[in-house]
Ligand binder design. Structure first.
Ligand SMILES: N[C@@H](CCC(=O)N[C@@H](CS)C(=O)NCC(=O)O)C(=O)O
Length: 212
């Protein structure tokens, strides 16, 4: 049996952040598919037994059950000694970007994708608003990456893994990713690392979803 169990689905970039960390660290893990699109995370059972916040990802390890991708990444960095902070300044910098990611980067990218790709709303004032927020956040990240190959400097950390969560879903995002050269090169840099996999390769998607 795998040492780590990740409650997830392939469509979840938040779960992907953790799946990619597990894979890059070569840990023994298994995905446990959550039927998000039929409301599993909203059931009282899911909230009572897995996560009162009603979200994926959830990671089980060594008798612990953790949620919030940033917390899970930090936990795994502690357990493995990989991709975490090596001093207090770096820790602050990592958390500064994970919080920015959760509030402005992932939050807007994920919500926009959900509306267009899954809720099929078509373009609305809400999607236009969200896309503008995505582009503003992407400009900030692109400028930051002009000076360094990774978010906190010269090496990959959990800040990168958090922020990259949605960036491999390509056209599903409906944002002009190609306009951001530094972000493009950053995603390519991580994609070239041993162990990198696409989210749909690591985690089951909704029935009918094909691996790409
Ligand atoms: N900040 C959370 C966000 C998790 C999250 O929003 N997960 C989505 C799927 S990608 C979810 O489960 N949403 C359920 C809902 O909002 O009802 C994290 O980083 O883990």
């Amino acid at each position: 049996m795998s040492e780590y169990r990740l409650y997830c689905m392939g469509e979840s970039g938040n779960a992907y952040k953790v799946a990619l960390m597990l894979e890059l660290c070569q840990l023994s893990w298994q995905p446990v598919w959550v039927d998000f699109f039929h409301g599993e995370t909203r059931t009282p059972d899911y909230r009572a037994k897995l996560n009162e916040m009603g979200e994926v990802p959830v990671l089980e390890h060594d008798g612990k059950r953790l949620s919030q991708s940033g917390v899970i990444l930090d936990y795994l960095a502690g357990v493995t000694g990989k991709f975490g902070a090596t001093n207090d300044d770096e820790r602050s910098e990592i958390w500064r970007w994970i919080l920015f990611d959760n509030h402005k980067f992932t939050a807007n990218l994920a919500t926009l994708r959900y509306l267009i790709q899954f809720a099929k709303t078509g373009e609305t004032p809400v999607t236009e608003f969200l896309r503008a927020r995505c582009i503003n956040a992407m400009k900030i990240v692109d400028l930051h990456l002009a000076e360094r190959p990774f978010i906190t400097g010269e090496r990959l950390t959990i800040a990168d893994l958090s922020m990259l969560g949605y960036l491999y879903y390509g056209d599903e995002l409906t944002v002009p990713l190609g306009d951001f050269g530094n972000i493009q090169r950053w995603t390519d840099r991580v994609k070239a690392m041993p162990g990198w996999k696409h989210p749909y390769e690591m985690m089951p998607g909704a029935p009918g979803k094909t691996v790409r």
